[in-house]
Design a binder for this molecule. Sequence first.
Ligand code: 6R9
Length: 646
Amino acid sequence: MTDASIYPVPAEWKTKAKVDAARYAQLHGRSLADPGGFWLEQARRLDWIKRPEIAGDWSFDEKDFHINWFADGKLNVAANCIDRHLATRGDQTAIIWEPDDPAEQPRRYTYAQLHKEVCRFANVLKAAGAKKGDRVTIYMPMIPEAAFALLACARIGAIHSVVFGGFSPDALAGRIQDCDSTIVVTADEGRRGGKKVPLKANVDQAAPLCPSLEKVVVVRATGGGVDMEPGRDAWYHDLAGMVADECPPEPMGAEDPLFILYTSGSTGKPKGVLHTSGGYLLWASLTHEMVFDYRPGQIYWCAADIGWVTGHSYIVYGPLANGATTLMYEGVPNWPSASRIWEVVDRHQVEILYTAPTALRALMKEGDDFVAKTSRKSLKLLGTVGEPINPEAWRWYHEVVGEGRCPIVDTWWQTETGGAMITPLPGAVDLKPGSATKPFFGIEPQLVDGEGHLLSGATEGNLVIARSWPGQMRTVWGDHARFFQTYFSTYPGKYFTGDGCRRDEDGYYWITGRVDDVINVSGHRMGTAEVESALVLHGKVAEAAVVGMPHDIKGQGIYAYVTLNANCEASEDLRSELKQWVRTEIGPIATPDAIQFAPGLPKTRSGKIMRRILRKIAEGDVSSLGDTSTLADPSVVDDLVANRVA
Ligand code: 6R9
């Protein structure tokens, strides 16, 4: 590591930041040495109905497997995000909403207005039959009502399950069925980059597949025409007109569920990651304040979608728990032009911007002029999340976007972790482009080899977390055995992240990417098995194997090897048809970038597909395929190499 690749904490951050290097060392040290004391103290940042007297109570061992935090505490998450701010900042803006189309006016909600909106939404859900513990699926565009819906669930103790608006009717149906949702909240249509997304029509397709579903509440967003099924469907505005705008928050145990969020894993079926109330909110709020050095009054923008965990923790729960002004953006980064993000920054005087490397790479490609013609003077801090950021994109973000003045917090975390885990604190840690740097308070990362041996010093291995933290997921909805199996059985006694990681001589962590069968496409997790299942559903496909391949913008692209049924012809038309097929089955983000027709796949004699070989071929690295002698038919490899899709 040369000095040129280290970006020291700027002088004014050293003195003004909430946490400097000495304080970080002290707090991190104490969080590990006295976790009970440390976390009970931190828990005071929340507004408890009953303050907890116990912090973590957990064991990762199979015999005694359990994870609880603040279990004797009682609180309501929505009251923490809204009610407790009313006395001090009722008239402060809580949410700024920036519409897809820049010609339209933004909307603003103060905390007092947010209170009314959320109470009304909560009463609508109650009127639709929702009770504490019921599951409510939220399939919404990025409009303020999406945030209201989350908070309304939290207010009445219903468990929300947000399904990304880009998912297909089938994917939506699977997620409604898995948790037996009784209510779906949706909108007539969504908008993204000037295009309409038929959300209600998708719900209509999914609904017949979902026996648990009783009510569909439809928010009017675009005014586009939709079919309403009498008895099942109701307009939000009709119901809202009939209910009060006061709704007492439901007292919840700290370990009562807050939400389910489905995420891809190594197997075909998405997992319902369950987060609970107290520990999750504490984690979202503490990390939001410390990682972004957030101060009341600052305009903060996390440019994620509410359909992903980043939107949950860093658009809604973390910022609102901290009384922040959080910006919600309906659109995409490159429409109507590649200046859009920077224009929104200027329009709202955004001080903190948090986005994904894939968006940065896409904008970087358009050239610096789109950035240079905007001011960006308001920006003080930049953040990234979702995938490893390549140093080139990091430097562009730092030099061109931030004009060298803004630290970049590269935050490594997962749906499962609830919030940031390995991340710089901007006043405390010198930055190295591409490294998520150091662990947050309470986090003890370790690197292990394939056999689970602990590796020390500068080294590379599999990233595990050696102890529980408050924001940790608590179970896979409906399948606790799968929770243990997925995360705690590979390296007994430790949480396995599924990521590979390098630690350098300064103790900095560098995430190298997934080591399981998950690929990271534009910061979105895709299980290769999910794409494979979708492909084999097609009548002409006998078998499919999917791997990641390097992609300039997306980070990783999807490369599919497809074996056709006997007497089916490979053709360009079939290739496009299969791409469209996967798009319809799962959603646009799962569309394969390359499809190679393969008469045979490389299998071991026991029938296991050797993905290592398929990955190498997809990467174009055919000189080092390694040992192929254990294959049942080594000759298939020559055919695969010869017919690689460039
Ligand atoms: C928050 C979120 C989690 C996976 C994770 C890792 C990758 C996320 C990263 C990063 C390198 C970062 N990842 N942040 N890799 N540096 N700063 O993205 O959650 O959608 O569950 O994805 O994303 O591979 O395991 P999720």
